[in-house]
Design a protein around this ligand. Sequence first.
Ligand code: NAD
Length: 542
Amino acid sequence: MIDSTVNVPPGVNEVARSYAPGTPERDELLRTLASLASQPVEPCSRVGAKDVRTGDLVPMRAPHKHALSLGAWHSAPASVMDDAIAAAREAAPGWAEAPWSTRAAVFMKAAELLTTKYRSVVVAATMLAQSKTAHQAEIDAACELIDFWRFNVGYLPRILGEQPLSGGGAWNLLDHRPLEGFVLAVTPFNFTAIAGNLPTAPALMGNVVVWKPSPASMFSTHFVLEVLREAGLPPGVINVVLGDPAALVDRALASRDLAGVHFTGSTEVFRSIWARVGAGVGEGRYRSYPRLVGETGGKDFVFAHPSADVDALATALIRGAYEFQGQKCSAASRAYVPASLWPALRAKLMDVLPTIPVGDVADLSNFMGAVIDRRAYDRLTGAVQQALADERCEVLHHGADDREGWFVRPTLVRTTDPSHPLMQRELFGPLLTLFVYADSWYEDALARCANDSEYALTGAFWARDRAAIAHAHTVLRQAAGNFYVNDKPTGAVVGQQPFGGGRASGTNDKAGAALNLLRWVSPRTIKETFVPPVAWRYPYMG
Ligand code: NAD
């Protein structure tokens, strides 16, 4: 027992390693990549203290190298979800009663392990599993996940310290209880940091969790779990179930003990989860109203005013649309450019796009790797084929090759129709569609940008004209939960740009901020009266 007011170190953002030639981290990363590529693993479900190996193996391959096997994961039947829920329930009382400093210590240690011993392993695993370059894997799997763990721990005492007024012979307290039941974490393939954050944020607040990771990132998930295990996370606090997503999630949503869902992924899947939970609430299935937190799709914009700096705009479009093959929820996928800037911008983009190196991410000279799987490859190449046949579109740059990996080259389409499906639909790949507006049509173009999309995740506005920036703040206010001025719409940093959007992009509960952690507690108000009255008559009664 520690009887004191415990402080935690203030959150400081982890500095990204450069992996530049000649640095020790580059050598270490290359060695780790080679060693992971030659040691296939078999991830499996973890229920309480038990590893569940079913023998029903699903192969894992690097998206950029079909020939590279990363091993195979054990697919579990839906009944294992019931076992995981039971294990969570068993662990719940002990975890809820643990002092907050004990819970915080687990995640502080996890952050430290990831900064040191496990850094190159988790970065290399993310490169191999999700085809991220060294830089993209570093800012995700190392820096962002370390930041999530450190900053969330930093918010915890502030949340707990939020207490009501006392006086008049009474003492008032807020007890930040965990939710009653378990939280289901359902994570996407594209960010190892999000995969690590969704189950751990509720756990830090004292909840028990069942985590269903994405089949497409089992390899990197496996190493994140090793970090958590070594950090001393007690068995049963976060249980992991690998298997058929719809069957497992269905089973979890059927449980009376479902207390919350922490989801990141596509809008379509989150809507279906919401509908199923809504039906369950209607039937009185749950003990309480499950908290639903979901960060979902985007159709993120870059809007250029005629006063924009074209060189910087071109760089923002290239990085914002094509890094990690455009598979960031925040990636720029629609742009609005004034006719007065288009010739210069077009020349810049068309100079650069053919020279962008795309290939095996273990070759650190590449800027892009492969898209995640055949489904993504087919979706993107199909969209390009449709654009090539569409008279409203001019395909300015494209290319794809699936012989060695799922490679889609940076793709640029110009459309004459601002409402074209390519300006509306999330394609989740390196495909940027651009609409060139007449400068005299500026206000209409801005209004189209603000209102045409069902999504409202990220967006960027480019101008040197201060009045135009002020005006855009107003017109585009509801168009993005993360709004950038003269920057690309990607690359949010924990503690600096809390992340999340509105409309069909999610519940906007801002991952990496105290706002998110508040969703995982159910406060109890306590009033203790020290000397209770003994007379029942009030003075006004004479
Ligand atoms: P996805 O929706 O295919 O999968 C997300 C999770 O849901 C995975 O664990 C998956 O196995 C599971 N799932 C899939 N089908 C399901 C079903 N029928 N029932 C229950 N669960 C199911 O998304 P993805 O391809 O992994 O990730 C890409 C999507 O995630 C994009 O739409 C992207 O915009 C979004 N995303 C959003 C954010 C954000 O913060 N807003 C961040 C990252 C990704």
